[in-house]
Ligand binder design. Structure first.
Ligand code: FAD
Length: 475
C-alpha cells in the first residue's frame, strides 16, 4: 500500500524528514498539498502569500516531476481531505512534518485521530524550527518571555542535526488520483495585477531559496553584523519568505554558515541570533495562541487607540510626509518585503505617531508581506507597540527623521522608493518640510502637491503618545 506524504509549510524535497522517511520505506509515494482555509481558526492567507504559494507549488511540482512523481492538489479541511485522499489511493500510512500555529496544531490532531479511526497509520516529523517550541522551558517549567535567556538555553551546547539530502529516487504511485488545477485556486491577482514588483524581486521555490542563501553568503553575509541595519544595502539575507514557506530549513542555513570560514565570528553570531528570534516568536505563539489578537500585556487593553481610516490609508500608501516611512511602505507594496529596520520605524510610526492600534498594522503586513508569518508578525508588532512579551519600552519612540539620517544617511533608500524626492540633497532628504523654498523648487517639489506635508508633527505626537501611556499606567 502506498504512503501519503503531505506538504504544507515545507515546500521542498531536501531536509524534508517526512518525505525522506517515505522514500526510505520503499513503498509507492503519493505526494499531496492540501490548501486548508476551512479548519477551525485558520487565518486566511494574505494576498502576497497567496502569490508566493502559487509559484512555490509550481516549483515543488517541477522538482517532484524530476523524480517521476505528481503533486496532488486538494482543498478543504485537513482531517477530512486527508482521510478521503488516503482512502482513494489505498494509502496505509500518512507522513507529515509538524506545523506549530495553534489552529494548525488543532487541525493536525484531528487529522491524526481521524486517520487512526480509519485504520490508517500516521506519523509526524519535526517541522520548520530548530527546536520544537514546547521543548525549551524555564527553570520552573514555564515558557520564556524574554529573548536573551531563551536564546542562551536554545544555543548553549546546541548541536544541529545534519540536514537530510533530497531523495535521489522515489517509488512512485501509479494509480489515478484526481488533483485540483492550481489555476483554479486563483491564488494570483488578476485585476489589477499588483504582482509585477514581486515577480521581479523573487524566485519562490527550493532552488530560489538556495540561490538566495549562496548570494547572501558570497555578498552581504560578510559585514552582516555592522551593515544589517542599513536600509539601502543588501546586507541581510532576504531568506524570510523562503523560510516561512519551508523552502529551506534553519538546519540547512546553519550548516552552510558553519562551512564558511570567511564570515567573522561577529557576523555568524549575529545572524544565528536572528534565527533565534524566529524561534522565540514561535515559542511565544505556541504558548500564547492569541498573539495576533490580544495584547500580551493586558494593561494595553485600555489604551485609547485612535480610529482614523484616513490616517491608516496614508500610512498604507506611503503618503505620510515622512520620507523614510513612505519609502518603507512603498517598498512593501512594490516588493512584498521590507527591511527589518524599516519595519520597526513604520510600526513605531503607526502605533506611536498615529496612535493606531498595532493590530491594524499587523493585518496590513499580513496581507502584503510575502514572508507574513503567524508568529514573527504579531510578536514583532507587539514588541514595537510595547504590549509584547520582551517588548521595547513604550516610551522609547522612534524619531523617523533621526532613524532615516542614521540608517539611510545617503538617502539612497528614499530615492529608490520615493522618486519624487530624488533631487533633494542627501542632507535634507529626510525632512523636506525644512528645506528652503528655493531648494524645493530646484528639486521640482511642491509640498502638499507632489509630496505630502508631514501628516503629524513628530514632537507633538510623541508627547500625546506619552501622555496616553501615562494615563494607562495611572488607571
Ligand atoms: P535576516 O537579517 O537575513 O535574518 C535571517 C532570518 O532570521 C530572517 O529571514 C528571519 O527568518 C529571522 N529573523 C530576523 N529578524 C527577526 C525578527 N525580528 N523576528 C523573527 N525572526 C527574525 N519576519 C518574518 O519572517 N515574517 C513577518 O511577518 C515579520 N513581521 C515583522 C513585523 C514587524 C513590525 C517587525 C519589526 C519585524 C517583522 N519580522 C517578520 C522580522 C524581520 O523584520 C524579518 O524577519 C526580516 O526583516 C527578514 O529579512 P531577512 O530575511 O533579510 O533577515
Amino acid at each position: 500500500a502506498p504512503t501519503l506524504v503531505l506538504f504544507r509549510h515545507d515546500l521542498r524535497l531536501a531536509d524534508n524528514l517526512a518525505l525522506s522517511a517515505a522514500a526510505d520505506c520503499g513503498r509507492p509515494v503519493v505526494a499531496a498539498f492540501i490548501l486548508d482555509e476551512e479548519s477551525e481558526g485558520m487565518r486566511p492567507l494574505g494576498g502576497a502569500r497567496r502569490w508566493w504559494l502559487h509559484h512555490s507549488l509550481c516549483a515543488l511540482a517541477g522538482r517532484l516531476s524530476d523524480l517521476g512523481a505528481e503533486l496532488v492538489l486538494r482543498r478543504g479541511r485537513m482531517a477530512e481531505t486527508t482521510v478521503a485522499l488516503a482512502r482513494e489511493t489505498g494509502a496505509a500510512t500518512v507522513f507529515w512534518n509538524r506545523r506549530y500555529e495553534p489552529a494548525a496544531i488543532h487541525a493536525d490532531k484531528k487529522m491524526k485521530a481521524a486517520l487512526r479511526e480509519n485504520g490508517i497509520a500516521a506519523e509526524s516529523f519535526t517541522g520548520q524550527l530548530l527546536h520544537e517550541p514546547w521543548r525549551i522551558k524555564t527553570g520552573s517549567g514555564g515558557f520564556y518571555r524574554v529573548f536573551t535567556p531563551f536564546w542562551r538555553t536554545l544555543s548553549e551546547g546546541f548541536v544541529p542535526r545534519e540536514p537530510a539530502d533530497a531523495p535521489e529516487k522515489l517509488s512512485v504511485f501509479k494509480g489515478d488520483v484526481e488533483s485540483d488545477r492550481l489555476d483554479d485556486w486563483q491564488l494570483l491577482p488578476t485585476r489589477p495585477d499588483w504582482a509585477g514588483g514581486l515577480r521581479k524581486a523573487w524566485t519562490p521555490g527550493e532552488t530560489g531559496a538556495h540561490k538566495r542563501l549562496e548570494a547572501f553568503l558570497d555578498g552581504g553575509g560578510k559585514g552582516y553584523e555592522t551593515l544589517r541595519d542599513r536600509m539601502a544595502s543588501e546586507a541581510t539575507s532576504s531568506l524570510s519568505p523562503h523560510l516561512s514557506h519551508g523552502e529551506i530549513t534553519p538546519y540547512q542555513i546553519w550548516q552552510h554558515l558553519e562551512h564558511r570560514n570567511d564570515l567573522t565570528p561577529g557576523d555568524l553570531q549575529t545572524f544565528r541570533k536572528e534565527l533565534g528570534w524566529r524561534e522565540f516568536c514561535w515559542h511565544l505563539l505556541f504558548h500564547n495562541p492569541q498573539l495576533a489578537a490580544k495584547n500580551f500585556n493586558s494593561d494595553f487593553d485600555a489604551f485609547p487607540w485612535n480610529r482614523d481610516d484616513g490616517a491608516l490609508q496614508a500610512w498604507q500608501r506611503g503618503r505620510t510626509g515622512y520620507p523614510v516611512v513612505d519609502a518603507a511602505m512603498r517598498q512593501l507594496w512594490q516588493t512584498g518585503w521590507m527591511h527589518n529596520r524599516a519595519r520597526m520605524i513604520v510600526a513605531s510610526f503607526l502605533v506611536k505617531d498615529l496612535r493606531l492600534d498595532w493590530r491594524e498594522g499587523e493585518q496590513w503586513f499580513w496581507d502584503t508581506l510575502v514572508d507574513a508569518d503567524p508568529a514573527s508578525n504579531p510578536a514583532n508588532w507587539q514588541w514595537v507597540a510595547g504590549s509584547g512579551a520582551d517588548a521595547a519600552p513604550y516610551f522609547r519612540i522612534f524619531n523617523p527623521v533621526l532613524q532615516g539620517e542614521k540608517f539611510d544617511s545617503g538617502g539612497d533608500y528614499i530615492r529608490r522608493y520615493v522618486p519624487e524626492l530624488e533631487n533633494l540633497p542627501s542632507k535634507g532628504i529626510h525632512k523636506p518640510w525644512k528645506a528652503k523654498g528655493e531648494a524645493l523648487k530646484k528639486a521640482g517639489i511642491t509640498l502638499g502637491k507632489t509630496y505630502p506635508e508631514p501628516m503629524v508633527d513628530h514632537a507633538t505626537a510623541r508627547e500625546h503618545a506619552l501622555s496616553d501611556y501615562k494615563s494607562l499606567k495611572s488607571e
